[in-house]
Structure formats: C-alpha cells, structure tokens
Design a protein around this ligand. Structure first.
Ligand SMILES: Cc1ncc(COP(=O)(O)O)c(C=O)c1O
Length: 347
C-alpha cells in the first residue's frame, strides 16, 4: 500500500528525548529528574488503590488534584487543568491556539519539544534569540502569534525573567502567553500573580521535577476559566490515569517534604556551581535543577563522551550556541561527588 501521512507529518522530525537507561549503576544526570524519591505520602496513596479504583475510569476533571492545587496555589478549582505530564499541557495549548495561520513563537535556545508540537499542528514557528542575560527579546512582543511560550526558568540556560517583565510581555501580546514553569520549584520567584490581571496568561507546572514524579507523568496548568475550558475541549477524555492522579495529589499536599528536597537540591546546586568553576567551567547562576556549563578545553563534546564511558550521563546539545556547553542535572551529594571526581581526572 502506498499510503502517505499529512505532508507536515511526513516532513517533520519527532522529538528526541535524552537517553533513559534503566540500569541503576548509571549516574543519570541528563534529564533534570529529582535525585530523591517522592514523598512517603505518595506510596500510601498508591497502596490505597484497590481493584474497584482500577476497574473504573479515572476522574475526568482530576477533582482531588484540582482541590489540592487550588488550596496550595490560592486559585479556584476551575482554574486548574490536569495533564499526562507537562508535555500534554503543551500539546493541549498548541492544539487550541495554533494552526496554519496562527504561529507559535518563543525565545531560543529553549525546550526542543515546542517546534515539534507546532509542526504537528502545521503551524509556523517563530524563534527569537533571547536578549542579553536571558532577558525577553523586544521582537517577541511584536510578532503576531496564536501562542507565545516563555520557558521561565528557561531550559537549558537556567535563567529566569522577573514577573514584572513577563507581565509587560503579556499585555503587549494579542494571543495567549504560556509561561512554562516546569522548573520554577527551584527558583526564587514565580509568575502566579499574573493570573490576577492578565487573562491571556496560562502557567504550566510539572510534578516531574520538584516532586520526583517523572515516571508517574503528571503536569498541570493554571489559567483563566476561558483558557481552561478550551483546553478541556481538546484533551483526551480520560487523560490522566488514576494512579497518577492519586500520586500527584498526595505529593502536592506534602509541601514540607517537597520544600525539604528542594532546599537540598539548591544547596547542592550552589556547591556544584563553585566546584565546576574551580575546574575551569564558566557558568552563571541557575534558577533550576540543572547547570549549563561552558568549557572549550577539553571540548564540551569530549567531556560528555568521556563521562559516558565512565557510566555518567549528562546532556550535550549539538546545536548552534550550545556546542561549547554541557547541561548537568544537580544530583544527590553522592552523585555530584562522583561526577566531580571523574571530571577532575578528565580535565
Ligand atoms: C521546559 C520543560 N517544560 C515542560 C517539561 C515537561 O515535563 P513533564 O512532561 O515531565 O511534566 C519539561 C521536561 O523536561 C521541560 O524541560
């Protein structure tokens, strides 16, 4: 059969995720996962799931999670949308906002899933380089789009734009502004306040990073009722399974455990930043759980390859502007020590 998919699907390349080895002897600091396990409350919630819970379809509107998110973030339940990971939240919004005549724009370098989602929708992509020190480029407000995404803190640079500057951008745009706060758990501030006065703003949060639930898949969005209603129209009917809903609710409600882990990661981030600088890497302060470190001698790619040989996985992006950098997830103290010991030998 000589069948053909839609032209845009035939022509596009899919998203390329980082390597995901299951071998626990590998020090895996390549996907910005949390080095600590999720809250004990998560395991209690999962243990309570019985045959009856699994037999039935899960709640369509993530009721318990919505209640928990409303309580933790001080919003109404109607402002919360649950997703099968933050990635599904991105899919829903690109579906709602982008098509052939409605572009997706974002500053680069950033999360490489964004253009893939636009291409699935057959929507034009407008990439505008970040201004100095990770600031919003002036052109971003001038381009006509269906959706603009600001990854804040940004991946893979770790820089963050202050809320007031994001508010100015939101006011200038005629389309929707998605603030991707997947890494905000490790930052000093967030953009939640914008939900009060910018009805075109929607904020993405992930349970994969600060809450250690990457394997469970749960992300969510906070936005005005109008945006939430549109997202619900385009989502899969039962988009989040019952275990993920229970786990995410329990994790979000255990703020003490979450804050304790985030504090540990921030302390390690500081220690790792200082140690990498001593080894000759150039890096700015990160507001996330990873560091983008520049090195030319030896070449960044060579460092990446030598670490792979020693069973340590970091991320190297062979992309313009990133050729001389590696991205390292902040691991546990033991993982970071192992990384630093091997780097000392290599350099
Ligand atoms: C910038 C950014 N946004 C969103 C996500 C989605 O995360 P998840 O689907 O695991 O919630 C990621 C994952 O790494 C990310 O880096």
């Amino acid at each position: 059969m000589n069948f053909r998919f839609r032209d845009n699907i035939e022509e596009m390349a899919g998203y390329v995720p980082g390597q995901q080895p299951r071998d626990s002897s590998v020090i895996k600091i390549n996907s910005n996962e949390n080095p600590y396990p999720p809250s004990p409350k998560v395991f209690e919630a999962l243990a309570k799931l019985d045959g009856e819970a699994l037999r039935k379809y899960p709640p369509v509107f993530w009721n318990e999670f919505r209640r928990a998110a409303a309580q933790v973030h001080g919003v109404t339940e109607e402002m919360v949308v649950g997703g099968n990971g933050g990635d599904e939240i991105l899919t829903m919004l690109v579906r709602c906002c982008c098509d052939k005549g409605r572009a997706l724009a974002y500053p680069v370098p950033t999360y490489s899933l964004y253009p893939v989602l636009a291409k699935i929708q057959d929507a034009p992509v407008i990439e505008v380089p970040f201004a100095e020190r990770g600031q919003i480029p002036a052109e971003l407000a001038k381009v006509k789009t269906g959706l603009t995404i600001l990854c804040n803190p940004n991946a893979p640079t770790g820089t963050q734009v202050e809320a007031e500057k994001v508010r100015q951008l939101a006011r200038q745009l005629s389309g929707v502004l998605l603030i991707d706060e997947a890494y905000v758990d490790f930052a000093e501030h967030n953009c939640l306040g914008l939900l009060n006065d910018c009805n075109n703003v929607v904020i993405l949060r992930s349970m994969s990073k600060g809450y250690s639930l990457a394997g469970m898949r749960f992300g969510y969005a906070l936005g005005s009722q109008r945006i939430v209603e549109a997202m619900i129209k385009v989502k899969d009917s039962y988009n989040v399974n019952i275990a993920a809903q229970a786990a995410a609710t329990a994790a979000l409600l255990d703020q003490d455990y979450f804050l304790k882990n985030v504090r540990k990661i921030k302390n390690e981030r500081k220690r790792l930043t200082t140690a990498l600088r001593k080894l000759g890497f150039e890096l700015s302060e990160s507001q996330s759980n990873f560091l983008l470190a520049k090195i030319t001698r030896p070449a960044a790619k060579e460092i990446y390859e030598k670490l792979v040989q020693r069973n340590i996985l970091i991320r190297y992006f062979n992309l313009e502007g990133l050729e001389d950098k590696v991205r390292i997830t902040v691991g546990s103290r033991e993982q970071n020590d192992a990384l630093l010991a091997v780097l000392e030998e290599i350099i």
